[in-house]
Design a protein around this ligand. Sequence first.
Ligand code: AKG
Ligand code: FE2
Length: 348
Amino acid sequence: MATLPVGLSPQESGLSYVPEAYVIPSLGKRGSVPKAHIPVIDIAALRSDSEEEKARVTQKIKDACLRWGFFQVVNHGMTEPVLNDSLSACLKFFESPPAVKEKYLSTNVFSPTRYSTGLKTADDSVQFWRMFLKHYGTPLSKWTETWPEDPSDYREKMGNFLEGFKRVSLDVIPAVIESLGVNPTKLTEKFKKGMDVVTVNCYPPCPQPELALGLPPHTDFGCITILHQSDHGLEVFDEQDQTWKSVPAVPGALQIHIGDQFEALSNGIYKSVLHRATLNNVKTRVSIAVQYSLDFEEQIHTAEELIDDEHPRKYKPSSLKEFLNFLSRTDVAASGKNYGETLKIEEN
Ligand SMILES: O=C(O)CCC(=O)C(=O)O
Ligand SMILES: [Fe+2]
């Protein structure tokens, strides 16, 4: 499929106005969005031997998942240099000459490493003020070779970062499963061999940030997403009062989203969080969102422990491969279609 050469989109070329295809009429007059009182959870105890301390953290995770499907974590074990270096390596990639990015330009969602703009591609009918790079994470021995060679430290910095992130995921995922009253042992073994889909988002300054978005309202398809950002800009939808709220910046904190596949695992007890990325007109924001799922074709099912006569199964099984098939045949930006909706079993 034809696509714009790298560097020519309005957000890459620094256009001084927002073209029609980027204007989101439903944004209306945005004014100031209230802050969300999102729990900030110290997860150090998840790595300790104290069952009592672990249970305390697990309870906090449960409360946050029920209320928001979202929380922030601190004391996650990632060091500041590893976190900072990953963002600088990503920013350098986006600032590289077009020839560096052209190698990865693709509209094929199955490409292991893919650069593009907007939500899915520059050809979508609705556009978003974003550039992105997608690739897989661990095991590094399998995927590093597929990542950009330029900038020269990208592979090293992202490798350190993604190994640390995987460890955080293996602390948080069992705790989320446990918080549902489900034994996490078997699934955790599968997650060790699971896929991490890495999306590096770059949102350059936008001349009219009130008119456009970096990413439209969406839920993430995976089990959980862990997000690391250079600056705030993420908003979550508060189901309680049906309004958008901004996620406060907490230095060093990582953001954790419940995704569609964990909503299905929980039989709808936890809901995947609706979120969107907003823009500013001052500085480039970079975020790294890693979605964790089982192996490519391995399906995740609703936990049997959560199904009985009163609580029938509400979700179909799903896999990363099935999600990518959905994505390749759907113009998500124009249709507003969401993968999570396709997983719901219709009630008779
Ligand atoms: O940049 C952000 O804050 C959000 C990124 C995101 O939602 C995604 O990559 O799925
Ligand atoms: Fe997302």
